[in-house]
Write a protein that binds this ligand. Structure first.
Ligand code: SF4
Length: 357
């Protein structure tokens, strides 16, 4: 397809959209706050899964001011299960910034929007176009797919060159009179029509102009550089039972799951056996001087994150006396565990009967 046919592309996409658009709650609003929340949720989450989270989040935190006034623990609790928790922490941080610097009113200018924590090119363009009808083209996974197929572009979409090339092309194609409509149209078109597997080329209004269709190479586009660099980590979690209580700690800022709670952790080069655990220096420091009854080892589980594979096991153990080091942990009644935001790995363990000793 020739870039000069941009007008026709946007026209075709908008008329396709007027008949086929998805019915989504954040489409019914021009409120930048709601658009912001929905876009952050949908960054790494499918619409089906994100839908309920969005409704619950907006119900509890209906405005920037309410979100800014909430505790980080509560915000993380509402995010629990969605993963990529830095998104929730950044939302909270940005809400506080809007409350303090913009008197709680969501900023209108692109440079103010993109300066908010956790807001990148895509989200800033989505907010400014969808809420304020400003002509900023969005480039998400759907847009990459549609444009790479239409124009037969083989530049890797995750390379610096590719990002620049696609951003420039998207900006050339946007309908400057109807940016909100155009952006939503191309994203829905990618999600429903020009899908990753089995695109519906037979019904596609852009078929005659599509390079990938002409070459019968739809599955080849978009091209991605292989950057996979997965590291393995081994988590031995100690689920301690002491007089109907257990122990938790908040994870630090510099690692995965920052701000979430977890059981005392022995991270090692492998999953440890009972004997290895009893000889582990960190374990001995934690429980030095008290009797520990190793009660049960959970079945090992594998938990995949974007660049890490976590292998984990939960070791249920009983103690009758608290040690000085354990006093540095948060002592929590077993019946209150669900009040704390935890990783999906831990919540699955708890849902699967982890608390029964
Ligand atoms: S013809 Fe097929 S590959 Fe090309 S834009 Fe349409 S749906 Fe996508």
């Amino acid at each position: 397809m020739n870039k000069n046919s941009g007008f026709r592309i946007s026209d075709s996409l908008i008329s396709w959209y007027s008949v086929n658009k998805r019915d989504l709650p954040w489409r019914e609003t021009g409120d930048p706050y709601c658009i912001w929340i929905s876009e952050i949720i949908l960054q790494q989450t499918r619409v089906n899964q994100g839908y309920d989270y969005y409704l619950r989040f907006i119900q509890r935190f209906p405005s920037v001011k309410v979100l800014a006034g909430a505790s980080e623990d509560e915000v993380l609790k509402y995010w629990q299960g969605l993963g990529y928790y830095s998104r929730a922490r950044n939302l909270h941080k940005a809400a506080k910034r809007i409350a303090s610097s913009f008197n709680g009113v969501f900023p209108r200018e692109y440079h103010d929007v993109i300066a908010l924590s956790g807001v990148g090119d895509y989200t800033a363009a989505a907010i400014c176009s969808l809420a304020y009808n400003q002509p900023y083209a969005v480039v998400d996974g759907n847009v990459y797919r549609v444009l790479s197929r239409l124009f037969g572009i083989a530049t890797p979409i995750n390379s610096t060159k590719g990002k620049k090339e696609f951003a420039g092309l998207a900006q050339e194609l946007i309908d400057k009179k109807h940016p909100a409509l155009y952006n939503q149209a191309i994203m829905d078109f990618g999600a429903l029509m020009c899908t990753p597997a089995s695109p519906k080329c037979g019904d596609c209004p852009l078929q005659a102009a599509c390079k990938a269709y002409e070459l019968k190479r739809q599955e080849y586009f978009p091209v991605k550089e292989n950057k996979s660099n997965v590291t393995n980590r081994y988590f031995n979690y100690l689920f301690v039972n002491h007089a109907s209580d257990t122990y938790l700690k908040k994870r630090g800022e510099k690692d995965i799951w920052a701000g979430l709670y977890e059981f005392p952790l022995i991270e090692a080069g492998k999953l440890l056996s009972g004997e290895e655990l009893l000889q582990d220096g960190n374990f001995q420091r934690l429980f030095g001087g008290v009797d520990v009854e190793l009660h049960r080892f959970s079945t090992p589980v594998k938990h995949k994150l974007s660049h890490r594979l976590i292998e984990a096991q939960f070791i249920l153990l009983r103690i009758d006396n608290e040690t000085p080091l354990l006093k540095e942990y948060l002592r929590v009644p077993l019946s209150r565990l669900q009040d704390y935001p935890v990783s999906r790995l831990i919540s699955l363990f708890l849902e699967n009967g982890g608390v029964s000793f």
